[in-house]
Design a binder for this molecule. Sequence first.
Ligand code: PMP
Length: 367
Amino acid sequence: MTRHYNFCAGPAAMPEAVLERARDEMLDYRGHGLSVMEMSHRSPEYVAIAEQAEADLRELLAIPDNYRVLFTQGGATLQFSAVPYNLLGRGGRANFLHTGIWSKKAIAEARHLAGDVHVAASSEESGHSAVPRQKDIVLSEDAAYLHYTANETIGGLEFDYIPEARRPDGSEVPLVCDMSSSILSGPLDVSRFGVIYAGAQKNIGPAGLVVVIVREDLLDRARDDMPSLLGYRELAEAGSMINTPATYSWYLAGLVFDWLKGEIGGLDAMNALNDRKAGKLYDAIDASALYANPITLRNRSRMNVPFVLADPSLDKAFLAEAEATGLLNLKGHRSVGGMRASLYNAVPEAAVDALIAFMADFEKRRG
Ligand code: PMP
């Protein structure tokens, strides 16, 4: 068996230790005589797994007691609709920061549901190469919340600060964040947010699961015409078990949380490792004549590093040779082309070292 280095943007690399543990527990989960994926979600064994996962996530992110954690489905994409359904019931307008493809999709979904939305700031003019600064963010008088995308997975653009969400009259509104591709990459002050959501398939676990962290006082702002499965209150009251949850993904997410706590040593340690991994790849790109990344230094994503080759006719050879070297999924998103190396938590530093060595060798031979 050979495991290659996987730089996929999602579904992404899983920690090898987690896969090994899942393998060991696959046929007979801790003496219960069945696999986790065969368990009733209402069984005491499974409820214990689910509760432990939540407890570990709460510990990792130091989630305050007045927040509920939901383990739901439909991808981050369904949250683009769930957020306006849950937060616009008392009127007001959805406000957005537009920083790239994922925030644009969130804006489009909110428009479907709520009609008019307000874009409080956009980085479109800069080609999404730098996030808006706080002083450039202007909410509408009737803002109900401000939504932003902490890390634009395709553009490789990451916020270097948590925005303040205040209407022009100074009153604060809930801050909502799509944290799909950066959650758990380092410590976080959850108390700054009204809602955080993240699709699991990058830093949390396998696809099929979405984690939502919602402040309790926001549970009574929902529209009354929405599907109950989207309702934060309904999900919270049912322990995320209105219907059958994504039991196996939830279990694997729990193993990832346990790995982060134990093997990695928590989110401060993860943060330092992520700084080191991304730092050395950006250094290599900046030092080369063949590779380039267009993002303003302070907004360069630590999780997704897009880069282009000075001569795009070399793209195909680059990808083919990388793959033959065991470096997988380096092709940029189909909408932007070029390359992208995703360096999520589970991508080991050795993978980054191998990529940098390959890039230097390729440049020497072909550049
Ligand atoms: N938001 C961001 C920032 C993403 O990276 C993605 C997926 N790549 C999504 C939303 C959509 O997630 P899903 O496929 O889980 O709906």
